[in-house]
Structures are given as C-alpha cells and as structure tokens.
Design a protein around this ligand. Structure first.
Ligand code: NDP
Length: 273
C-alpha cells in the first residue's frame, strides 16, 4: 500500500518538498505519496490529526508551525528539544515523534557537499531565530574551535550561547562586538535576505573567511553574499543544499533508506549571480 506523507505550512504554495521527496522515492523505489497541505493558522493540531487518521505516516513542518509541531509531539529527539522547534514528525500508533533536521542538513551540506570541515574552525553565525537554534547542536557536535552567534537583538544571541554552553565553545553578542574579529566560516541565518536587506555586519568581518553561506535559497546573490564576494571570500553558497539534505534525513528517518542528494541539488541550484 502507498504510504502517505506531507509538508504542512502556511503559505505552502512555494514548497519544493513534494518534488524533492518524489525524486527520492523514485530513485530509491519507495512507494510513497507526498502532498503539500496548507495548514489552518488557528487549527494546526486538527490538521495534523486529520492527516494521521487518513493514514499519514509523517510530515515535514515549515513556517509558521515549527513551534506548534514541537508542542504537539508526544516524544522529542534531543535536537528538537534543544531547538524548541521541529521540522519533521513521524506517526506510529498514538506516538507523535518530533525531530529537527535543519541543522544536520546544513552541517551535511557544508561538510559533505562543499567540503569544509567544521572541526577546529572559527564560525560566525548571524541571526538567532529558529533555523539557527536548530543548527547549533549539529555544529557543536563537529567540534569547531569557536561558534559566535551575533544577532540584531543581542539578548537572544547571549541567551543562546548560555543555553548551548555545555556542548562546546560558544559566545553570543551584537554586531558591534564583531569589530576586529575574523572567522573561517560565516553563516547568514537571519531572514534579512528574504526582504533584500543586509544585516549590519561589519564588512571586514568577512575578510579572510573561506566560506560564506546564506540559509535562504533561490535568491541568487543576496546582499550578504555580495558583501562576502566583495570581501574576497572564495566560496559562496545558498541554502538549497541544506533544504535537500534535511529532506534526505527525514526520508531516512521515515523509510530507513538514505537517498542520494546530488542530482536533486544540481537540479534545484540557481547560479549565484
Ligand atoms: P526567524 O524568523 O526565526 O528568525 C529571523 C532572524 O533574522 C532573527 O534572528 C532576526 O533578528 C533576524 N533578522 C531579520 N531581519 C533582519 C535584518 N534586517 N537585519 C538583521 N537581522 C535580521 O527565521 P528562521 O530562523 O526560521 O529563518 C532564517 C532564514 O533561514 C530565512 O532566510 C529562511 O528562509 C532560512 N531557512 C532556510 C532553510 C533551508 O532549508 N535552506 C530552512 C529554514 C530556514 P531579531 O531576533 O533581532 O529579530
């Protein structure tokens, strides 16, 4: 029998998840049906339960439901627990299991696809929202030398550094505190690029960096990536690889098979110009 999966969000028209999971299913010979569901803003749990009753086996969860999905779960894996948010649910009987694959997807893209090892590196992550919260544990598991989180609302970055302090060397600060600091890898985890805005990152902070990574995808050369390009950063990347890698981790969790991601990433990549 065909197993049912879905992505739920609002709005959901932009989602690439059905295409990605459809490609994975075809390549691995898995018999699944994967749909996009526009969740009601005030009845998220009803929508999830209706999908479960109709035979749904798992869901990807996107904005604005990642916190509600976390609250709905009966079991949470450590990554979801620390992030306080989930982007994937698995249903087994009465159990609703929650995980968060955003961070492991990003880590896999940086290390496996782009070839930059996090171990021993100095990392700067700008932004302190949901995506960054999900990324910190997978980053720290790779034993970077230091992870600095800088955010417009400085207190959020400081709180995050405190929360994750037991997992590795982390600092939280505002943008002004970055003056004179240098990093190997700089990651834009803000949503500024979605509005074509540039976070107030001192340009010299990017000098000497080897990789500048933009979590947003499909936007071409964003203001952040342009700043990095002008600072001479040799490798620029956007979040398309992260998107496909987190989907692959969810597929593995649901189906027990890890799909190859290269062909899907290549098909979805828009040149950074
Ligand atoms: P959130 O809304 O949770 O967090 C937004 C963050 O961006 C906050 O830290 C906020 O700062 C900061 N911010 C927003 N605008 C500006 C600005 N103009 N200047 C400086 N900082 C700003 O968003 P998410 O964490 O969910 O998403 C962040 C980004 O990651 C988005 O671009 C999203 O598309 C992308 N993403 C990509 C994924 C992928 O698979 N590639 C998966 C998930 C997210 P403050 O706290 O001060 O408000």
């Amino acid at each position: 029998m065909t197993d049912k999966y879905a992505v739920i969000g609002n709005p959901i028209g932009h989602t690439k998840s059905p295409m990605i999971h459809g490609s994975f299913a075809e390549a691995t010979g898995q018999d699944i049906d994967y749909q996009a569901i526009e969740g009601s803003l005030d009845r998220f749990s009803d929508d999830v339960h209706a999908f479960r009753k109709a035979g749904g086996r798992g869901m990807n969860v996107t904005a604005p439901f990642k916190l509600q999905a976390y609250a709905l779960a009966t079991e949470r894996l450590e990554r979801a627990e620390l992030a306080g948010a989930t982007n994937a649910l698995k249903f087994e009987g009465d159990r609703i299991m929650a995980d968060n694959f955003d961070g492991v997807g990003l880590t896999n893209d940086i290390q496996r696809n782009l070839g930059f090892l996090l171990k021993g590196s100095r990392m700067l992550v700008i932004g302190a929202g949901g995506a960054v919260r999900g990324a910190l544990l997978p980053f720290l598991a790779q034993q970077p030398k230091l992870v600095v989180v800088a955010n417009r609302t400085e207190t959020k970055a400081i709180d995050l550094a405190r929360q994750f302090a037991g997992h590795g060397d982390m600092q939280g600060c505002g943008y002004d505190d970055l003056a004179g600091e240098r990093f190997d890898i700089v990651i834009n985890g803000t949503s500024a690029s979605l509005k074509g805005e540039l976070p107030p990152l001192p340009a010299e902070t990017l000098q000497g960096a080897r990789l500048a990574y933009e979590l947003a995808y499909g936007k071409g050369l964003t203001p952040f990536l342009r700043l990095a390009q002008n600072a001479g950063v040799p490798k620029l990347a956007d979040g398309v690889g992260m998107l496909v890698e987190q989907a692959a981790e969810a597929f593995l969790w649901w189906r027990g098979v890890r799909p190859d991601t290269r062909a899907v990433i290549d098909r979805m990549t828009i040149p950074l110009v």
